[in-house]
Design a binder for this molecule. Structure first.
Ligand code: NAP
Length: 372
């Protein structure tokens, strides 16, 4: 059989780079013919991945795109909006794998997160679905943490309070966060080096720098270092942000739930670099004993790392500082809340560039290549 042709668009960006890195780590670059596309450097050298590839092709070249069996796009929503409908209108029947949100809620698309929804993916492929879209990072990470409870039918609703990293906003925001940290450190350097400086003086220095016109906020829109931003994405109806809206819409679509399980909460950007954290209140349908809950979570898939609800291990294992760059999904602080026996408190941390973005795309690509 002829080798599958796979086109990669957006491979140079943050999600695309992590995707390529993971594919190389897993030895996925074998047995197919890659073509790398670009919106900026047509004719340039393709990345070295261990497979022959032609020079970079313009990402709006519908003819070359249309000759691919599979296209993987990490380029962004505007690109998807512009290219995907034209490719389909031209009769292209290949698989479109995408990190952008544009197509996620389309009836003809499936959201991919295979450790959570392999049966939903299988059913979609069987009925001919060809648009396979990665979920919102926060939603995917929440479901990776809670799927063991969902599978047992224990979840009545979830309230999710998020602590989202700068990487979810994009590369420019990550850089700006670190620039903000540097500016704060520089503004307070002299006081910090003087052991006699009071904490209040230090705080005043930092506070003045946060409000200074020179303080870099062009991409984040506000100080994030030394602060937080309780608004992510656009406003939608009823006081929600679009990021908050996705919690309910996408979690129910990913799991294929009917009736739906309500999910809502507040999404907050914090000064972490690439791990999203979430404080979850889970309303259980019944009073399930804590050991049964722990067992259900621990057994849900191989990447769960259950952290005992105690201070030393929580500080060591359940933080963005520990879990950045790791495929592990940290789940801890598990305890029944004072609200009542059916109310569970959970804290979860996961790398949003891995399970929150690139890893589900990589895994569905490998599945498609193995199926054909
Ligand atoms: P990104 O880092 O901004 O990259 C997007 C594109 O920008 C690249 O493919 C590249 O295209 C171009 N680019 C321009 N200057 C660049 C530079 N200096 N370095 C690298 N690339 C540069 O975007 P992203 O954060 O990966 O997000 C891509 C899509 O994934 C978006 O739809 C986003 O919503 C979605 N997503 C993101 C995350 C996340 O964590 N950031 C999570 C889930 C989904 P050319 O090579 O063609 O020039």
């Amino acid at each position: 059989m002829a080798e599958q042709r796979v086109g990669f668009v957006g491979w140079r960006g943050m999600v695309g780079s992590v995707l390529l890195q993971r594919m190389q780590e897993e030895g996925d670059f074998k047995g197919f013919a890659p073509t790398f596309f670009t919106t900026s450097q047509p004719g340039g050298a393709p990345p070295q991945v261990g497979l022959e590839a032609p020079p970079l092709v313009a990402a709006d070249d519908l003819k070359v795109l249309g000759s691919q069996d599979i296209v993987v796009s990490c380029q962004g929503g505007d690109y998807t909006k512009s290219v995907h409908p034209r490719l389909r209108a031209a009769g292209w029947r290949g698989y479109w794998i995408d990190a952008a949100s544009t197509l996620r809620m389309e009836p003809g698309a499936v959201i991919v997160l295979d450790p959570v929804n392999q049966p939903v993916i299988d059913a979609a492929l069987a009925r001919g679905v060809r648009d396979l879209i990665g979920g919102n990072c926060t939603v995917s990470l929440m479901l990776m943490a809670l799927v063991g409870l969902y599978r047992r039918g224990w979840v009545e609703w979830v309230s999710s309070m998020t602590y989202q990293a700068a990487s979810g906003a994009g590369a420019a925001q990550v850089k700006e966060l670190v620039a903000q940290m540097r500016a704060l450190g520089a503004a307070a350097a002299a006081e910090l080096d003087d052991p006699a400086t009071s904490a209040l003086l230090l705080e005043r220095k930092v506070h003045a720098e946060l409000g200074a016109p020179r303080f870099p906020t062009q991409h984040l829109g506000a100080p994030l270092a030394g602060s937080l931003i309780p608004w992510i994405d656009k406003a939608v109806d009823e006081g929600q942000t679009r990021e908050e809206w996705k919690g309910h819409a996408e979690s129910n679509k990913i799991l294929g739930l009917s009736p739906e399980v309500p999910v809502d909460g507040l999404c907050v950007r914090v000064g972490a670099l690439r791990c999203h954290s979430q404080g979850l209140t889970v309303k259980l349908r019944q009073d399930v004993p804590l050991p049964d809950i722990e067992a259900a979570i621990a057994q849900s898939h191989p990447w769960i790392r259950l952290v005992p609800n105690e201070p030393r291990l929580t500080r060591e294992r359940l933080t963005p500082a520990t879990l950045s760059g790791s495929l592990e999904i940290g789940v801890g602080r598990l305890h029944k809340l004072k609200l009542g026996p059916g109310y569970l408190g959970v804290f979860t941390v996961g790398d949003q560039l891995l399970w929150g973005a690139a890893e589900p795309l990589r895994r569905v690509l490998v599945q498609l290549l193995e199926r054909q």
